[in-house]
Design a protein around this ligand. Structure first.
Ligand code: AHR
Length: 503
């Protein structure tokens, strides 16, 4: 039996809801087909946006969506994607398979998607092949509600009212596809572009610098030194980090559902590296920002496999299994634990690309096991992280050793929310959970579980989905329950009201 102690008196950082964000790029069938089908499609849509996908995103309370890239962002010229659709430029998407980009999905369609879903837009501007004027015009077009050339253009294009946009990315991977710059060169560019990222009316931008890949600490150091502050004046609100989990090698990737036990354990070792990366990047950030005002934004993360058989190699379409739901759970636990510095995270990518939560094929839509991880975790959004301690055992093989369990406990409006995963592929675990400073009156639980490679297909779309977690016993000190092998569970506790009060 494993012991878990949750201290409801020990309220730590707020878990920003934006840690549960997603990313969608003009890549493969991520936007076209996956989200946007056009108004004339047979697939049920509102203003061209698939109703099934929008509804699924509302259900997990998607808080923020990053767009239009990725590498595509530093190649994208936003004026190509506004105005009458038939007049929009038809271009080649040179990053992702040289396919046609007809710009049918542009700024208005993206903002409409965010409105339908109820999420914050996170727009990544073009530094690599764009200009300062172009980025500054885009912000004016989106957010200025007075009289100006850009606000008039917006009105002509059918949207007289200004939108609100908070999250603004100043380029993407500018060490690579975003311009092959040095950290100092990008730092200077950030300072210049950032100067013209203006706050119109009461719209306040949160400007995010293009950050490092994996363990490129030189990048974080150089960009922070050059661009975080000008004297005492902070220029940067956030800096990003990209890290993808690759259980094998980039040259010899395997398909998502075709793996051995050794790949399973190695995948977790690599996913858990996120913790070390966050700590080391934050340590560097703290040297230039001792007040911890700059947030770390992990705006690309996920498990990246070989594409599915028969699919376009540049479309990065892959299945998603229970393994991926667990990889997402342990990664979200890391973000939650570091929510004092990690202010946003965006899974790559939301629909039909890499570690997707949704797959589509024509009219059909399938929710992957990872979708359900986000569903089970949504109670942590904007809750206070609680101090806790979990006894875990080491499991794995001779090469890869991992903890058997991972968890997060949080509290919001007196409701205690626990998510806990059992990574063991073969052994169930009884958990004895002690609650300090909290007496529970009622419990509810849900459980996502299956063989490590179990997944949903268009023929069998509901093979993996959450069920009720039964037999949660209220004990003298807390609760006790059993987690099967390869499982993610959510337990919601309601506090016993003492003389009509609630914590
Ligand atoms: O998510 C796919 C690609 O991975 C993105 O375009 C890029 O930013 C990263 O290298």
């Amino acid at each position: 039996m494993a012991k878990l102690v949750i201290n409801a008196w020990d309220r730590k950082s707020k878990i920003n809801k934006e840690l549960y964000g997603q990313f969608s790029e003009h890549l493969g069938r991520g936007i076209y087909e996956g989200i946007y089908v056009g108004e004339d499609s047979d697939i049920k849509n509102i203003k061209g946006i698939r109703c099934d996908v929008a509804e699924a995103l509302r259900r997990i309370r998607l808080p923020v969506l990053r767009w239009p890239g990725g590498c595509f962002a530093d190649y994208y010229h936003w004026k190509d994607g506004v105005g009458p659709r038939e007049k929009r430029k038809k271009l080649v998407n040179a990053n992702w398979g040289n396919v046609l980009e007809d710009n049918a999905f542009g700024t208005h369609e993206f903002m409409e998607l965010c409105e339908q879903v109820g999420c914050e837009p996170y727009i990544c501007g073009n530094v690599g092949s764009g200009t300062v004027e172009e980025m500054s015009d885009w912000i004016e077009y989106l957010t200025f509600d007075g009289v100006s050339p850009m606000s008039e253009l917006r009105a002509q294009n059918g949207h007289p009212a200004a939108w609100r946009v908070k999250y603004w990315g100043v380029g993407n991977e500018n060490w690579g596809c975003g311009g092959n710059m040095t950290p100092e060169q990008y730092g200077q560019e950030f300072r210049r572009y950032r100067t013209f990222c203006r706050n119109y009316g009461d719209n306040r931008l949160y400007c995010i610098a293009g950050g490092a890949d994996v363990a490129d600490y030189r990048w974080t150091e150089g960009v922070m030194r050059t661009a975080a502050y000008k004297g005492n004046h902070r220029l940067m609100d956030g800096i990003s980090l990209h890290y993808y989990t690759q259980p094998n090698t980039w040259e010899h990737k395997k398909r998502a559902a075709e793996f051995e036990l050794a790949d399973y354990y190695r995948g977790f070792v690599r996913a858990l590296r996120m913790e070390e990366l966050i700590e080391k990047h934050c340590e560097i950030m703290s040297r230039y920002d001792p007040a911890h005002e700059v947030g770390l934004v992990v705006d690309e993360w996920g498990a990246w496999y070989e594409v599915e058989e028969g699919s376009h190699p540049a479309f990065l379409y892959q299945q998603g299994t229970i393994r991926d739901a667990l990889l997402a759970a342990v990664t979200l636990d890391i973000f939650n634990r570091h929510s004092d510095r990690v202010k946003m995270a965006n899974l790559a990518q939301m629909v039909n690309v890499i570690h997707a939560i949704i797959l589509t094929e024509g009219k059909n839509m399938v929710l992957t096991p990872t979708y359900y991880t986000f569903d089970l975790y949504k109670g942590h959004q904007d809750a206070a992280l609680l101090g806790s301690w979990l006894e875990t055992e080491e499991i794995g093989d001779a090469e890869s050793r991992i903890p058997s369990l991972s968890h997060t406990a949080s509290i919001k409006d007196g409701v205690l929310h626990l998510t806990i995963s059992n990574l063991s592929p073969c052994r169930s675990e009884e958990i004895d959970c002690y609650l300090l400073g909290y007496t529970t009156e009622t419990t509810q639980g849900r459980l996502l579980q299956g063989d490590m490679a179990a997944h949903n297909t268009f023929d069998c779309p509901e093979k993996v989905k959450p069920e009720m977690l039964r037999d949660i016993k209220i004990t003298d000190g807390g609760i006790r329950f059993t987690l099967p092998a390869c499982a993610v569970a959510e337990i919601i506790l309601d506090e016993k009201k003492i003389m009509g009060t609630k914590a």
